[in-house]
Design a protein around this ligand. Structure first.
Ligand code: ADP
Length: 318
């Protein structure tokens, strides 16, 4: 994940929940993609604080740093080295076709894409393959990037000898959580349509109140269409026990949007309560967070160095 600020529900349900679920059965590597943050914002003054804030969110969500390392990309030099080698194994035309970069350029109104931005899936391939990642737990928007990593791994193995696995994406049931501004919009920081994991119950309530719902359900008792309503998606995720009731009430017209929104805001606030408590602990103990990073960076570095030794050997470098 890129350290671009505090995390939102999309990060939680699209990726982070999977990381927590997988950490006991797999060797997870939790990467703070701080170089990647520069692709859309050259101002690096907030990068350290944003990284620490993000780690606090991860820890609060249940990532156990003893199970698996948490580390900054910029602290492991092997990422840039493997990125350079990988950049020879893919064409510029292939990167220009990447739909994820195209979407980002459109959303952020970027006029001229930098060389680094265009190539960020190549750096991402290095991020994954340096740890021989075979399973990449990401949201749906990242699937094209994992495909590029597969292509690069295949190309490297065919050219120099088998070193890398071909990674597969691992999606959750909610691999594309909509934002508060409509079913067709992904919840995303740049779209300002988010509920943050650190939002207070009051803030969650006031944000949910502004959410777009079925435009044909104008009056309270008009029948609604839950399948096109983002609040219904949120009920499926955060209020699974109440979803049948909400659905029937919406379709018959017995349940109005105001009440439906109140119910989901309360369910989300309840879901995030233990998270807020844990977050408060780490906010009060920044030295613990720094220690976790130092430890994680040491562990990740050893793994990355071992892979680079293999890479140099098969390539006859050094
Ligand atoms: P952002 O879009 O807010 O800049 P990132 O691109 O850093 O977030 O995404 C970090 C991870 O969270 C990726 O695996 C991404 O697919 C996932 N993710 C982000 N937003 C969502 C969402 N709305 N629904 C599902 N997964 C998401």
């Amino acid at each position: 994940m890129r350290p671009t600020g505090k995390l939102h529900l999309g990060h939680l349900v699209g990726a982070l929940e999977n990381w927590v679920a997988l950490q006991h059965d797999f060797h997870n590597y939790h990467l703070i993609a701080d170089y990647h943050a520069l692709t859309t914002n050259l101002d690096s003054s907030g990068i350290l604080q944003n990284s620490l804030d993000m780690v606090i969110d991860w820890l609060a969500a249940g990532i156990d740093p003893k199970e698996s390392p948490i580390f900054r990309q910029s602290q492991i030099k092997e990422h840039t080295e493997l990125h350079l080698i990988f950049s020879m194994l893919i064409t510029a035309a292939r990167l220009e076709r990447n739909p994820a970069v195209k979407d980002q350029v459109r959303e952020l109104h970027i006029e001229n894409v930098s060389y680094g931005h265009l190539g960020y899936p190549v750096l991402q391939a290095a991020d994954i393959l340096l740890y021989k990642g075979d399973l990449v737990p990401v949201g749906e928007d990242q699937v094209p990037h994992v495909e590029i990593s597969r292509e690069i791994a295949r190309r490297f193995n065919a050219q120099y000898g088998v070193v890398f696995p071909e990674p597969e994406p691992k999606l959750t049931r909610f691999a594309r959580l909509p934002g508060l501004d409509g079913m067709d919009k992904k919840m995303s920081k740049s779209a300002r349509n988010t509920i943050l994991l650190s939002d207070s119950p009051d803030s969650i309530r006031s944000k949910v109140r502004t959410a777009v719902t079925d435009p044909l359900k104008v009056r309270k008792n008009d029948p609604g269409r839950p399948d096109i309503c983002l609040i219904h998606t949120y009920h499926q995720k955060f209020n699974p026990g109440g979803v049948a009731d909400v659905r029937a009430g919406c379709m018959s017209g017995a349940l109005g949007c105001v009440e439906c929104k109140l119910r989901i805001a309360d369910a989300i606030a309840r879901h995030l309560e233990p998270f807020r408590e844990k977050r408060a602990h780490f906010e009060a103990h920044p030295e613990e967070v720094r220690q976790i990073l130092e430890d994680g960076e040491g562990r990740a570095r050893s793994r990355a160095q071992a892979t680079m030794t293999e890479v140099r050997k098969v390539m006859n470098l050094g």
